[in-house]
Design a protein around this ligand. Structure first.
Ligand code: ASP
Length: 452
């Protein structure tokens, strides 16, 4: 019998976890759940956390060292990277604006939030002290903190992720500048290591149904205490949080990209949308920009008319570093968790989110759940307990499917934009092709990305 796709298993795990949690609250066996079920959830979170440092280190070094052609393509490269960063920062700002406006965390009652914080935050005071001492040390302390004085020190704590990213950039850039003969074996090593780490992520995600089950059961007992009604507050807050993320994603798809395409290219957005639609569907079903890449390239070249030269540079780079959907998700999730744990975020915290979420979305691998893992960095940087992931993990899969659509559409938009400004866009092709178009024919690369 064909086994069930992972996202179904996660949904089932989630539902069973909720049922068990509620039963535990009503039936008075909450303590049993805390002692015997919740630890499996904690193990799952630990697995995600343990993979974060190696994942960022290896995938960033590998990604940067692929840019050897950058000097040749410096103009195209400059435009592409410039626009990627611009759209990422814009996406984060939209996310921050929405989450501060809607305040999904406030759907949890005040006392619950305080309670959650003290329950999850054994080290909260310590972190707050660290945060305060950072504030005391002046505005440039954040820059000082990015540069580690000992790289092994940086590797030993998930809070110092920015230092790891800094080191990865230095290493990657130096690798590109080193003569090929010397750098090649190291490049091969990181290539291989990257595949291995992605495999580990895949394996960890196989345990997600059990992890989600245990986390949710534990969370409901934590939140509800002896009062089942307050579990409802959690669902309400999660629902509003999900809608906030979806609203941000919709703004990108229905307002931002159409504006760019209409303003800077000769393609009608309707045709752009039709051309890219199969890639969007594949992004939705695989939750992976990398798995979608071959289809994105095909659609962008053969249906939107972007030259191969532009698409083969812009799209693979974009799949790795440009994730507008992930960026929105990072911003909304970080602030939501902070709200739920009753942390007041200062302006400096919000700016830290812009910086770290940009880096996190650049560093996130183009595979399912990568964004969730990278959230550890953003939370660490603003002094919020990473256990907060437990709050949102249950709804992450459907959100991941939607944010991956935005990630892929963003890459296609930039490819079309760059091609148009370079005179590398064959117009008219889209209408011709689209009218002739047969049914969507999509070849998922399940073999390489067998997560689902
Ligand atoms: N699944 C996303 C992608 O592949 C990354 C993420 O988890 O946000 O684009």
């Amino acid at each position: 019998m064909k086994s069930l796709a992972l996202h179904w298993k996660i949904l089932i795990g989630m539902a069973l976890g909720v049922i068990l949690g509620l039963a535990g609250v009503v039936g008075g066996f909450g303590a049993f759940i805390q002692d015997w079920i919740k630890p499996f959830g904690i193990i799952f979170i630990n697995l995600l956390k343990l993979i974060a440092v190696p994942l960022i280190l290896v995938s960033l070094i590998d990604g940067i060292s692929n840019l050897t052609d950058l000097s040749k393509l410096s103009r195209i490269g400059g435009k592409t990277i410039g626009f990627y960063i611009f759209s990422t920062v814009l996406a984060i700002s939209i996310g921050l604006f929405l989450v501060n406006l809607v305040e999904p965390g406030s759907f949890l009652p005040e006392e619950k939030r305080e309670e959650l914080r003290s329950k999850y935050a054994s080290e909260a005071n310590l972190k707050m002290e660290t945060a305060n001492s950072v504030e005391d040390s002046g505005p440039l302390q954040i820059l000082v903190d990015i540069v580690p004085d000992n790289i092994f020190g940086a590797f030993t704590s998930n809070v110092n992720m920015l230092q790891v990213i800094f080191f990865a950039f230095m290493f990657g850039i130096a690798m590109v500048m080193t003569p090929q003969a010397k750098a090649l074996p190291v490049k091969k090593f990181f290539d291989g290591a990257n595949s291995i780490i992605l495999k580990i992520v895949e394996l960890v995600m196989l345990t997600a149904p059990i992890g989600v089950f245990a986390l949710l059961a534990g969370l409901i007992v934590d939140v509800a205490g002896d009062d089942p009604a307050s579990a409802i507050d959690l669902f309400k807050a999660l629902g509003v949080y999900s809608l906030t993320v979806l609203l941000g994603l919709a703004i990108m798809i229905f307002i931002f990209y159409p504006t760019v395409i209409t303003a800077f290219t000769s393609i009608k957005y309707r045709n752009f949308f039709k051309g890219i639609f199969p890639a969007q569907m594949l992004a939705f079903s695989t939750s992976s920009s990398a798995a979608t890449l071959p289809v994105t390239m095909d659609r962008v070249e053969n249906h939107l008319g972007v030259s191969e030269e532009v698409s083969s540079f812009v799209l693979p780079l974009g799949a790795t570093i440009n994730m507008d959907g992930t960026s929105i998700h990072q911003a909304v999730s970080a602030v939501f968790i902070a709200q739920a744990f009753a942390h007041d975020l200062t302006m400096a915290d919000q700016l830290t989110i812009v910086l770290t979420a940009t880096l996190a979305s650049i560093g996130a691998a183009a595979v399912p759940s990568a964004g969730l893992i990278m959230l550890v960095i953003v939370l660490g940087a603003i002094g919020v307990e990473p256990e907060g992931l437990a709050l949102i993990i249950a709804v992450d899969r459907p959100i991941d499917m939607c944010r991956t659509i935005v990630n892929v559409t963003g890459d296609a938009t930039v490819a079309t934009l760059v091609a148009s400004t370079e005179g590398e866009l064959r117009t008219g092709l889209d209408e011709e092709r689209i009218t002739k178009e047969e049914k969507l024919e999509v070849q998922p690369r399940d073999k390489e990305y067998p997560i689902d």
